[in-house]
Design a protein around this ligand. Structure first.
Ligand code: ZN
Length: 205
């Protein structure tokens, strides 16, 4: 398993390429912008893309989906349909992703020999998910290094965010935390130092 990170788009979204080098297959997680650069990175990694995985539907995480699907027309894209909106106001933040396959709690997606499992972690948006692959968590805008995602957008909920953080914090082991913005971290470090995670876990540590 190899992971490459590209920071893309005007507000610096982390797009990850999750590669199974042996199977020569990869998934693109949160291609948020800079389509040509993301496509070039996929070609350069030497793997065939087999899925686009979206941690949530915000435009800054989905902006390069159309470029990827122009380059690879059969590429499936996975997004919780809880982040699909019909009204024009919400669609400014959650642009429609035609043909997106719904996914949610307990689902899994195969990437070569890798299995990516889905944890529903609402709070930043109704359809926010965390992808887990082995010891790595792709947290989107749920858990950040030292912080957590905003809850004041459409579909956001501080109560749900706290429950999601509690859930992530309760996962066993020192997992790698790869967030949707800013620098990576580890779950152990966040459990010790992240004020939101500490609050969510009841300050019991
Ligand atoms: Zn977001």
């Amino acid at each position: 398993m190899e992971i490459k990170c590209l920071t893309v788009g005007p507000i610096g979204t982390n797009c990850y390429l999750l590669c199974d080098e042996q199977a020569k297959a990869c998934a693109v997680i949160d291609p948020g912008g800079d389509g040509p650069r993301v496509c070039d990175a996929v070609r350069a990694c030497g793997c065939d893309p087999c899925a686009i995985l979206l941690t949530h539907g915000h435009y800054d995480h989905t902006g390069a989906v159309a470029d990827l699907r122009e380059a690879w027309p059969q590429l499936p894209v996975y997004l919780s349909h809880k982040d699909v909106y019909a009204d024009a106001y919400a669609r400014q933040l959650f642009p429609p992703i035609p043909g997106a396959v719904d996914l949610g709690e307990g689902d899994s997606v195969t990437v070569g020999g890798l299995t990516v499992t889905v944890l529903a972690t609402p709070g930043h948006s109704k359809g926010s998910v965390t992808f887990r692959c082995g010891g790595v968590l792709f947290c989107g805008d749920t858990l950040f290094a030292g912080s957590c995602g905003r809850t004041d957008f459409v579909g956001g909920s501080m109560e749900e965010m706290m429950a999601s953080l509690r859930r992530l914090g309760a996962l066993e082991g020192d997992l790698q935390v790869l967030p949707g913005h800013m620098e990576p971290s580890t779950l152990e470090r966040e459990r010790r130092t992240n004020p939101f995670l500490l609050q969510a876990m009841g300050g019991a540590r």
